[in-house]
Design a protein around this ligand. Structure first.
Ligand SMILES: [Zn+2]
Length: 190
C-alpha cells in the first residue's frame, strides 16, 4: 500500500438523522459503529479483548449480532442478538472531549446500565452462555481504568469494576482494526 494515501483518505461515516455538525463525539461514535458493524471480525476482536481484561471468555459473542445505537442518550453502541434483539455488549465510547456522565440523580451512566440489566435480566441476550452483556468502555485519551476513576470520580465516587476499560491505542493498533482507514482516522483524531 502506498503510505502517502493515508492523509487523503476520508472515513466512510454514515450520518445519523440527528447529526449536527461540529460534534466530534458523535463522529467518533459513528466511526466505531461503522468499524464494528462493517469490518468483519472487529466486534468479536473487541469482545475478546474485553473478556481477557475481565478474566472471562467471549468466544462466539459476536456471532449473529448487529451493532446499534440504543438506550436513553442514544450515543452508546450495543451489540445486539439478531434472534432475540437483546444485548450482548454495551460499548460506551469516550471520544477526545468526553467526560463520564452522571444522570440528574448523580448516578453514573455506567452504573445506570449495570442496574438496568440487574433489574431486568431479559434485557441481556440469553443465547450467549457467557457473561451477558459485556460492558466495554473505549477511551480516546488512552487512560487506564484507575486514571478515569480517580480523575472523574473526584466528587461522585466512580467504580468501573464491572467494565473492561480499553484504550483506543490498544484496540485500534491491532488486527483486524489496524490498517482500516477508520481506525487510522480515530487514532489521529485525538
Ligand atoms: Zn439472543
Amino acid at each position: 500500500m502506498d503510505s502517502s494515501d493515508s492523509a487523503q483518505e476520508t472515513p466512510t461515516v454514515r450520518l445519523p438523522d440527528d447529526w449536527r455538525t461540529g460534534r466530534i463525539e458523535a463522529v467518533h461514535d459513528l466511526a466505531w459503529r461503522d468499524l464494528l458493524d462493517l469490518v468483519p471480525g472487529t466486534a468479536q476482536a473487541l469482545a475478546d479483548l474485553a473478556a481477557e481484561q475481565t478474566g472471562t471468555t467471549a468466544t462466539g459473542l459476536a456471532r449473529d449480532t448487529a451493532v446499534r445505537f440504543n438506550g436513553g442518550c442514544g450515543s452508546d453502541l450495543f451489540l445486539v442478538c439478531r434472534e432475540c434483539d437483546a444485548d450482548r455488549a454495551v460499548i460506551e465510547i469516550k471520544g477526545p472531549q468526553a467526560a463520564m456522565n452522571p444522570n440528574k440523580d448523580d448516578i453514573w451512566q455506567t452504573a445506570v446500565y449495570q442496574d438496568a440489566y440487574q433489574a431486568d435480566p431479559a434485557l441481556a441476550c440469553g443465547h450467549f452462555p457467557g457473561i451477558s452483556p459485556l460492558f466495554i468502555l473505549l477511551d480516546a485519551r488512552n487512560r487506564s481504568r484507575q486514571a478515569i476513576e480517580q480523575k472523574e470520580g473526584a466528587y461522585i465516587p466512580l467504580s468501573l469494576d464491572a467494565w473492561a476499560v480499553l484504550t483506543y491505542e490498544e484496540v485500534l493498533t491491532r488486527a483486524p482494526f489496524k490498517d482500516q482507514p477508520l481506525a487510522r482516522w480515530l487514532l489521529a483524531c485525538c
